[in-house]
Design a protein around this ligand. Structure first.
Ligand SMILES: NC(=O)c1ccc[n+]([C@@H]2O[C@H](COP(=O)([O-])OP(=O)(O)OC[C@H]3O[C@@H](n4cnc5c(N)ncnc54)[C@H](OP(=O)(O)O)[C@@H]3O)[C@@H](O)[C@H]2O)c1
Length: 252
């Protein structure tokens, strides 16, 4: 019998002030989880929380910058746990930055921030939060990957490399924490219309016109998959990478 009910569970979705993260926060809350919405933008965060509450869900906003130092990230993780009465059952590493440039044009500042938000933060936050999940004997961690991590593309190469690194971290975490009841998986979206690619509408339309789905993804379509992955329905799913990309990687 299907069981995607998340009542009694707590969740943190990084980068949930926007796009796929906001949709994921909604999807988890709709299934009964109490959700920490987090990001830097308090106004957008409050909007997401209000939207969840207006649908009868439970959420709160905790501001945080994932480009911060490991010490500050550990404090942020502690504040998430405190806001959730000391227990984080579900952690979705969704926040990412994608400087829209080629290899030669990537600035030093963008290089550092991309590495920090996309790789260092998931590493530090998992190191803080996964052991408590393991001690409880249950938990779910999801990395939001990208179709771009598995193909060569003459643009955003450094971003693609960080998404490949995140997916590899997820496989290692599955090996490390899986035996203690913590399931770790990656959901890898294809081109999805969100603020991260605002201004690239034509490119996205062209890129997806000839894929099996024939169109870009919607944030809600990614969020539904994440909600399944963290649910008991996916109890045998460990270390998987699910391409949720309209078929772009399979047919490219
Ligand atoms: N959209 C696509 O086509 C696509 C395709 C494949 C994979 N993905 C992946 O999907 C995930 C979500 O992307 P999206 O398209 O939904 O992007 P988005 O709408 O731009 O959202 C990015 C989120 O990351 C947060 N964030 C960025 N920098 C941060 C920082 N320094 N500290 C804390 N939070 C930070 C932002 O929050 P604040 O602004 O509030 O800080 C925002 O909530 C990413 O992992 C991305 O790689 C997206």
């Amino acid at each position: 019998m299907s069981n995607q009910n998340l009542s009694g569970r707590t969740a943190v979705v990084t980068g949930s002030t926007s796009g796929i993260g906001a949709a994921t926060a909604h999807a988890l809350a709709a299934r009964g989880a109490r959700v920490v919405v987090t990001g830097r933008d308090a106004t957008r965060g409050a909007d997401v929380v209000a939207g969840i509450e207006s649908r009868g869900g439970s959420a709160l906003f905790v501001a945080g910058d994932l480009a911060a130092s490991p010490v500050a990230l550990r404090e942020l993780a502690a504040s998430w746990s405190a806001a959730l009465d000391g227990r984080v059952d579900i952690l979705v590493h969704n926040a990412a930055v994608c400087p829209a440039v080629d290899t030669v044009s990537l600035s030093d500042a963008d290089l550092e921030t991309t590495l920090a938000v996309n790789v260092r933060a998931p590493q530090v936050l998992t190191a803080v939060l996964a052991p408590a999940m393991a001690a409880n004997g249950s938990g779910a961690i999801v990395v939001i990957g990208s179709w771009m991590a598995t193909v060569g593309h003459a643009f955003v190469g450094f971003y693609s490399a960080t998404k490949a690194a995140e997916a590899q971290l997820a496989r290692s975490w599955a090996a490390e924490f899986g035996p203690s009841g913590v399931r770790v998986n990656t959901v890898a979206p294809g081109a999805t219309r969100t603020p991260i690619n605002e201004g690239s509408d034509d490119v996205i339309t062209r890129m997806t016109a000839t894929i099996p789905a024939g169109r870009p993804g919607r944030p809600e379509e990614i969020a539904e998959a994440v909600a399944w992955v963290v649910s008991d329905d996916a109890s045998y799913l460990h270390g998987a990478l699910i391409p949720l990309d309209g078929g772009i990687t399979a047919t490219r």
